[in-house]
Design a binder for this molecule. Structure first.
Ligand SMILES: *Cc1c(COP(=O)(O)O)cnc(C)c1O
Length: 357
């Protein structure tokens, strides 16, 4: 049978299941995959329009050099310290392919982004996670003891929203012989970030996504920041033309106009606080968040988290539940911060279901 020819590491794995993406045109309050509820600034839309020309018949710049130069200007780095991905997930794939041979160890403090497990399995590596400390502390010694080729730390973490102190990341880098990846998909929502320690840590790579704070999930753009030496190796495993012309044009316009995003990021932070307060008043236990989502424990006297997922869905509201995969998250939901109108729809639905259980 042909399936016997499939690699056992693929045959025996589940495959990553992304959050639900509703069909086009369906009216839905989408609070499940942490996209930006606001449109990208007009200058970015204009740049995409201007890239729709006859030159679309030509391949894009293979290494996304214009994007790397724009990122170098925006973040005060050298273009050779920047790698561009087709979304930051593409960078995570490149990292695994560059560093991990079959049987080699990848670690991360969990609960966290579950794609690391999938990518490690695809590579034939050994995924051996650790638990976060009881108060969300980075378990530095446990992670170091794994002797991993790659250690992933999400900061701010998903789904919990907490941000590890940068001093702990420095300590982890000092004690690790492998690569430490700081996944800053939500970095723009946090007041501090890993670029501040990049010079200090030669085995550190910081990854960023354009899908959350930068409102371009539909175009798939991610950036990786690291030493020139690491970047050189990653470029060897990259798909030859991994970022298309429209995405490169949008990325350059975004990086040259980062301050145009301040307003929408600020609106999200304000809404994060008011949503947290409203949910707390309704008996939800809300963890302090440094990201564009809140991680809550549902009220004890009321529907279970799994039941809330269904109840909200009946009202065309999507949130994320991970308890079916991870028993530690049985009573929790992750809710993206949307517009004030979206929060209102969510809270009205919650109020209705609390009044008529
Ligand atoms: C959303 C997310 C990503 C993926 O971002 P893309 O740029 O859309 O591929 C990576 N890491 C974490 C922790 C995320 O939440």
């Amino acid at each position: 049978m042909i399936l016997d020819a499939v690699r056992p590491s693929v045959r025996n794995m589940q495959g990553y299941v992304p959050g639900e993406q509703p069909k086009a045109g369906v009216q839905i309050v989408k609070l499940n995959t942490n996209e930006n509820p606001y449109a990208p600034p007009q200058v970015v839309i204009d740049a995409i329009h201007m890239a729709i020309t006859d030159s679309l018949r030509l391949y894009p710049e293979p290494s996304s050099l214009p994007v790397r130069e724009a990122a170098a200007r925006a973040y005060n780095l050298k273009p050779d310290q920047v790698v561009v991905g087709n979304g930051s997930d593409d960078l995570l794939t490149m990292i695994l392919r560059t560093f991990v041979d079959p049987g080699e160890v990848v670690t991360t403090p969990t609960p966290t982004y579950s794609l690391y497990q999938t990518l490690t399995q695809l590579q034939g590596g050994a995924y051996t996670p650790c638990d976060w400390g009881p108060n969300g502390e980075l378990p530095i010694d446990d992670l170091v003891a794994k002797n991993a080729k790659v250690t992933f730390v999400v900061r701010p973490n998903a789904p919990t929203g907490h941000a590890t102190p940068l001093e702990d990341i420095v300590k982890l880098c000092e004690k690790s012989s492998g690569l430490v990846v700081l996944d800053e998909a939500y970095g723009d929502f946090c007041s501090t970030n890993g670029l501040a320690i990049l010079d200090q840590c030669s085995n550190l790579m910081v990854t960023r996504s354009f899908s959350k704070s930068l409102a371009l999930a539909g175009l798939r753009i991610g950036l990786g920041f690291c030493s020139q030496e690491i970047a050189g190796e990653l470029h060897k495993v990259r798909d030859s033309y991994n970022v298309d012309r429209l995405a490169q044009a949008a990325a350059v316009a975004t990086l040259d106009n980062l301050s145009a995003f301040d307003e929408i990021i600020e609106k999200i932070l304000i809404e994060r606080n008011s949503l947290s307060k409203e949910l707390t008043e309704r008996g939800f236990k809300v963890q302090p968040s440094q990201a564009n989502f809140v991680f809550v424990e549902v009220p004890k006297h009321g529907p279970s988290a799994a039941a809330w997922l269904d109840l909200l869905k009946q009202d065309q509201i999507l949130v994320r539940y991970f308890g079916n995969k991870d028993p530690r998250l049985l009573n929790n939901l992750r809710i993206s911060v949307g517009t004030p109108a979206e929060s209102l729809a969510l809270l009205q639905s919650i109020d209705r279901h609390l009044a008529n259980p």
